[in-house]
Design a binder for this molecule. Structure first.
Ligand SMILES: C[S@@+](CC[C@H](N)C(=O)[O-])C[C@H]1O[C@@H](n2cnc3c(N)ncnc32)[C@H](O)[C@@H]1O
Length: 263
């Protein structure tokens, strides 16, 4: 397990981090609607919840009529998930396993549907999509793979060009310390260019106003979770081909994504 993984597992083991996700109403409403509108996909089915956290999606699947749910959670949050499952009266229909899904044995764990919320920044950060796809290859027989057996079932990453003088100025200012020629008697300024380069080489995560886009075209990359391989998630290219139709200084590349939940 890498240091990053250990850090994520430690954070996800805390209720306060799970609470942030449960309080994200846009996320919760979309997922809840996906279960309630597609009850036929869950009714009498065996469902695996990959990265179950508190078990909220497992409980949605049970509410939607699942026959059995296998909730797999790597962190100690699995204990809390067990308590929630029990308190909601589903202990006979739900098996909570505290393990990385990659380490769960296949015997007795073949399923009809896999659900997950494996979405990180720019979709792929945290690398949980890889675990979602690994679970498909391990626990879903090829004859059962369909649009409704992987939830979410696809995602599209988009990229285009943008201008944002304010954001650019803020990034420039972050390196202003290095302008100092007399920092407690020390001249720091020979490092200014490197500090700036370091800032601009990092990804900025935040909102970009639609008015700042320099083109009304985007380049997109579609990922079908029913068929994508782990290698294709670990490395993919989005050749950028857009026609700039607005005047402005090009400050960067903006990327975002859509996720399709409904089978
Ligand atoms: C984004 S949270 C989603 C939690 C919950 N499904 C929800 O929607 O509120 C992802 C969860 O997956 C767990 N996780 C990440 N990688 C995992 C893996 N390979 N196997 C099992 N659990 C994993 C994390 O510990 C975390 O609780």
């Amino acid at each position: 397990m890498s240091g990053d993984n250990e850090h994520f597992t430690y954070c996800y083991g805390q209720l306060k981090h799970q609470q942030l996700m449960l309080e994200c109403s846009a996320r919760m409403e979309k997922y809840n609607a996906a279960f309630l509108r597609n009850m036929v996909n869950y009714s009498d089915k065996i469902v695996m919840d990959v990265g179950a956290g508190t078990g909220i999606l497992s409980l949605f699947a049970l509410q939607a009529g699942a026959k059995k749910v296998i909730s797999v959670e790597a962190s100690r949050m699995a204990d809390y998930a067990k308590r929630l499952v029990q308190a909601n009266g589903y202990e006979n229909k739900c098996e909570v396993i505290q393990k990385k899904v990659e380490n769960v044995c296949t015997e007795g764990h073949q399923v009809d549907v896999i659900v997950s919320e494996p979405i990180g920044f720019l979709l792929v950060h945290e690398r949980m999509l890889e675990s979602f796809v690994a679970a498909r290859d391990k626990f879903l027989s090829p004859s059962k793979i369909s649009r409704s057996s992987m939830v979410p079932n696809s995602a599209t990453v988009h990229a285009t060009l943008f201008t944002d003088p304010k954001l650019h100025g803020e990034q420039m200012n972050r390196a202003s310390l290095w302008d100092s020629k007399n920092f407690y008697g020390v001249d720091l300024s020979c490092l200014k260019d490197d500090a700036e380069k370091e800032n601009f080489s990092q990804v900025f995560i935040g909102n970009v106003d639609v008015d700042s886009l320099l083109s009304d075209q985007v380049s997109s990359h579609f990922i079908d979770f029913t068929s994508v391989s782990i290698n294709e998630i670990q490395s993919f290219e989005i050749p950028l081909s857009v026609k700039v139709n607005k005047t402005g200084i090009l400050h960067g590349l903006v990327c975002w994504f859509d996720v399709e939940l409904i089978g």
